[in-house]
Design a protein around this ligand. Sequence first.
Ligand code: HEM
Length: 356
Amino acid sequence: MSTSIHWRSFQAPNEQQCPSSGNVVRIAPNDLSFNTPEAARDIYYHVINGRPKLLKSEDYKRTELASMATVRDVADHRRQRSSISKAFSTVAAREKQGIIDTYAEKLVHYLQEHGCGSDGLDVIPVYTWLTPRLEAEMDLFDYLIADGVATREELISQSMIFLAAGSGTVQSALTGATFYLLKNPQALEKLQEEVRDALESVDEITDQSTSCMPYLNAVIQEGLRLFPPLPSRLPRVSPGAIIDGHYVPKGAVVSATTYDMSRDSRYWYQPDEFWPERWISSNDRREASKPFSTRPRACIGVNLALLEMRLVLARLVYTFNMESVSRSEKWDEGLKVYFLWKKPPLRVRFTPIVGR
Ligand code: HEM
């Protein structure tokens, strides 16, 4: 039976509430939740010629903001996405490194002053301070204006969606990675070893140097697997389509929730354990973790998000010894989901390493 997550709680629905047929659970009269990578491909990857397209559901209309993330029409989405895609290429993300460095440095100064007391500090407001600044400084307007087709309203709503889509998600990803590292001191030690052995000084923390750190990248992937920043369902409407071998009639709402697949023992060895090594060498089915979803509506900010995470985590690990304080190891027991995570405080002590 699938463990499709419910709004507002971590409880798996029981068989009576949600009749299941193995890989699919009916979570509302007209709403099916799948939990296989095959279903995720059939639902989200609709770029193969001749396959019917599954559009975003009416749920996306609830927001006032008509933007690239909420638009349902395929041609309109393609037009909006192509006008901004250059701003999110790997090369463009790399150009943002200076901005990320500036704010990461400010973050470190703050933690040096306020993070080393016996109670440490709650990292959530700190990461909440950081991430909107990273997104707000990006010159996305320049790309949209240069393209010349965006209306004034579109410019405003696109900018707001980039801020909203980028900041809360990266904040959650950093919080999740911090929590799992503290809960797993061996993994933290291994990461410290990798980062500190590779670098002579903080100035060497770059896109290039951190891309070549396998354990850092594995920690990020493993954090995103266990704590995907968008854990809820991403609903689509069936046009009358076969999904993982099941015919789903026209009009039914379908989704494949990454949280369910990321915790499924059919795809992962000890799925609830934080084990970054699985991303370096293992028999796990890694395509069962899709924190950024799948083309054509996959996250446009993936390169930028991963760069931000690498630069910030490497700097924290290089500069500080980190310890969990005041029962933070049970932090995940207080989590709730309202589309995004509602997170309890996560207190961490940051002890600066002399000379860094
Ligand atoms: C760890 C960080 C992030 C995660 C896990 C994440 C995850 C996702 C996911 C799962 C989607 C698909 C949503 C859906 O189907 O409704 C998405 C879409 C999107 N994301 Fe992200 N995101 C992250 C960071 C960012 C950043 C940094 C930006 C921009 C600054 C961004 C901008 C967007 C936009 C504009 C879309 C809509 C794309 C489209 O429909 O074509 N995201 N993201």
